[in-house]
Design a binder for this molecule. Structure first.
Ligand SMILES: Nc1ncnc2c1ncn2[C@@H]1O[C@H](COP(=O)(O)OP(=O)(O)OP(=O)(O)O)[C@@H](O)[C@H]1O
Length: 253
């Protein structure tokens, strides 16, 4: 993955406000390289979740353009909704089925996929997310990490062009963080483009090939991990002392 890779998503001059003259997202311009593992970071309240909601089509920006694979989808929120798979910060709210399998099938049944296509996709995501053993289990009996993986499975099975996750490590213990992070890296290797929103850069920065740093609704830096790293601490992002970029991963501890 290099910075030169063609973009899957291009955002130009995006602004968003709930109230007139009180912009929250301010003139954001950036692109996301296809196949990248992009980390969107910034302190609490910097606008990360709102940005995801604007991209997904849950909120409409006041101005700006959103192009996905060179197609202008700015005014096509429904198409953005289908193309962008979003795993919410509170991923458990996305789990609706009585069993793991039923939950994964839910979205596919809603869009009327044939049983054969459902079966193919189901088997694929059970393997990718390592959930075969839990197939018949009730979701509420899953561990935190398994629930997070199930929420990802439910989104992935809809075949999104872009997989976006809002704080997927929140409230997870070390082993579950490792499990979810390894899963995301495996998905990237399979060819998926991943946008991860997290202020816990100590867990992931080593794996990010593209980073966006937001503060107070402004994109203050974007580029490779090495380019953005020197600006993190000044914008309230915790970094362990004397850690280099390669140390900033929970997979290597
Ligand atoms: N529904 C709303 N009405 C008014 N202001 C809102 C609303 N939702 C969010 N905000 C404000 O928008 C700003 C950005 O919020 P957002 O949730 O996007 O931040 P964030 O970077 O995701 O924060 P965190 O890391 O805490 O999740 C915050 O100041 C927040 O108070």
């Amino acid at each position: 993955m290099t910075e030169a890779s063609s973009p899957i998503l291009c955002v130009r001059n995006l602004s968003f406000s709930f109230e007139r003259d009180k912009p929250i997202l301010k003139d954001l311009t950036f692109s996301i390289p296809k196949g990248s593992f992009t980390l969107v970071t910034g302190p609490n309240g910097s606008g990360k979740s709102l940005l995801l909601r604007c991209l997904k089509g849950l909120l409409q920006p006041n101005c700006g353009q959103i192009h996905l694979l060179s197609e202008d989808l700015t005014q096509k929120a429904k198409q953005r909704m289908q193309a962008i798979g979003l795993v919410f910060q509170d991923a458990e709210t996305q789990i609706v089925g009585q069993t793991v399998e039923k939950d994964i099938r839910f979205g596919m049944e809603n869009i009327g996929l044939s049983m054969q296509e459902q079966e193919t996709r189901l088997q694929e995501v059970l393997t990718l997310l390592d959930l075969h053993k839990q197939k018949n289990q009730r979701p509420r009996t899953l561990s935190g990490g398994e629930k997070r993986r199930l929420a990802i499975a439910g989104v992935l099975v809809m075949d999104p062009k872009l997989l976006v996750l809002d704080e997927p490590f929140a409230n997870l213990d070390y082993r579950s963080v490792v499990s979810v992070l390894s899963t995301l890296l495996r998905l990237q290797q399979e060819g998926h483009t991943i946008i991860l929103v997290s202020h816990e850069v100590d867990k992931t920065l080593a794996h990010a090939d593209h980073v966006l740093l937001l503060d107070d609704g402004v994109l203050v830096q974007s580029g490779t991990a090495a380019e953005v790293y020197p600006y993190l601490q000044a914008h309230g992002i915790y970094l362990p002392s004397s850690a280099g970029i390669k140390d900033l991963s929970w997979l290597k501890r």
